[in-house]
Design a binder for this molecule. Structure first.
Ligand SMILES: Nc1ncnc2c1ncn2[C@@H]1O[C@H](COP(=O)(O)OP(=O)(O)OP(=O)(O)O)[C@@H](O)[C@H]1O
Ligand SMILES: [Mg+2]
Length: 363
């Protein structure tokens, strides 16, 4: 039975989180592919984007506005930089939260030079008035500059040179339809498969100037949750281990030992993920159990369990959310090396049985 947790709250300290802080973003800059052909995986998006860019170059015109959507750490910012580089133009960077007022956006837009790329990160977080200004700028290449105040204020239309907006969002569902419609091309990034991550890791090791064995790259890839950012982060930790406790070469032993030190298990679960699974199976017989009870058992806030641990557990098919609570799937029992009790999985499922079928039959 798990002890009440005696550790600090979890958020922000995880090795397997897909988000990055400023220090990490600086470390990442060195590992970013600079050309489309160096960008690993995402074949569909890459092919489509390549056509959009080549056609624009051939016409000597700015390409359509581009929207990039997908979970954190999959390469949206990297692609935005690549787009500007491939077009041979400069990239201007801003973000939804950085733009407080429509005036801030008007200032950015009116300073754009012909052919530049304006990258708006977290575009779903733009304030409403800024969003409306952006519609007009994207469609008519015009911005209305307001001069004066109150009753005497008037809007002077200012023509903008052609430019391309590249928007990035982790939540494309939150984008209002009129804004989404103004992007001529939308690329959705998906989680990478292990072979692709392996290539990311080998490439990054080369840039870091360290020697890596194929088996080590394979091992790290399998624990990286489909996310290049996590792959690069785990790679750096394995490099540390190899330099301090090994001979500097990243071999399988170094990879396994380092990731054990950092408590990242063979499928990329960390301590919190495993604590949740463990509580669900050992303490609650596989569920169903309510989120708050589960959270209390592992000593975390329900919000942390729900937003930090659960998404990946659900994605990996280890945990199912049902109307009656959280349920461990047979894969969860197996991952913990436990025998599922009879009927444990069936007990928590909705009577429709859809989740049951998805988990592999009714036997
Ligand atoms: N296809 C790829 N090939 C090689 N490296 C990649 C690829 N995609 C991402 N990376 C690496 O992963 C890291 C994170 O990528 P990036 O910053 O572009 O993610 P993001 O989608 O913008 O994340 P966020 O939503 O948090 O802003 C970078 O260091 C980048 O070099
Ligand atoms: Mg980004």
């Amino acid at each position: 039975m798990p002890e009440p947790a005696d550790h600090e709250p979890y958020a922000g300290e995880r090795l397997v989180t897909a988000s990055a802080d400023d220090v990490e973003r600086a470390a990442e800059a060195a590992l970013r592919p600079k050309k489309l052909e160096e960008f690993v995986g995402q074949r569909t998006v890459r092919d489509q984007l390549s056509l959009v860019l080549q056609a624009a170059l051939a016409r000597e015109a700015s390409p359509d506005h581009v929207l990039l959507s997908g979970p954190p750490g999959l390469g949206k910012t990297t692609l935005a930089m690549i787009i500007a580089a491939e077009l041979g133009t400069s990239l201007r960077v801003t973000s939804g939260p950085a733009i407080q007022h429509a005036g801030d956006l008007a200032a950015v837009l009116s300073s754009l030079e012909e052919g530049e790329v304006l990258f708006i990160d977290e575009i779903h977080r733009l304030a409403r008035p800024a969003e409306e200004l952006l519609y007009v700028a994207m469609e008519d290449f015009r911005v209305d500059v307001v001069v004066g105040k109150g009753a005497g204020a008037s809007a002077i239309p200012l023509a903008l040179p052609p430019f391309t907006v590249v928007g990035a969002t982790t939540r494309s569902g939150l984008l209002p339809a009129p804004l989404r419609d103004r992007f001529g091309f939308t690329g959705h990034l998906d989680f990478y498969d292990p072979e692709e991550l392996e290539r990311v890791i080998v490439r990054s090791a080369g840039l870091l100037g360290v020697q890596i064995h194929h088996a080590a790259a394979h091992e790290i890839a399998g624990r990286s949750r489909g996310t290049p950012r996590i792959a690069n982060r785990l790679l750096r930790r394995v490099r540390d281990w190899a330099q301090v406790r090994g001979d500097g070469v990243l071999d399988l032993r170094a990879a396994r030992a380092a990731l054990e030190v950092y408590e990242v298990d063979p499928i990329g679960l960390d301590r919190l993920d495993r604590a949740v699974l463990d509580a669900l199976c050992r303490r609650f017989g596989g569920g169903p159990v309510g989120l708050s009870t589960l959270a209390m058992t592992v000593g975390e806030e329900p919000d942390t369990v729900e937003t930090v641990a659960e998404p990946y557990l659900v994605r990996e098919g280890l945990v199912a959310r049902t109307p009656r609570g959280r349920v461990a799937t047979p894969a969860a029992w197996e991952h913990l090396g436990l025998e599922p009790p009879q009927g444990a999985w069936a007990a928590g499922l909705p009577s429709s049985g859809t989740l049951f079928d998805a988990a592999g039959g009714t036997g």
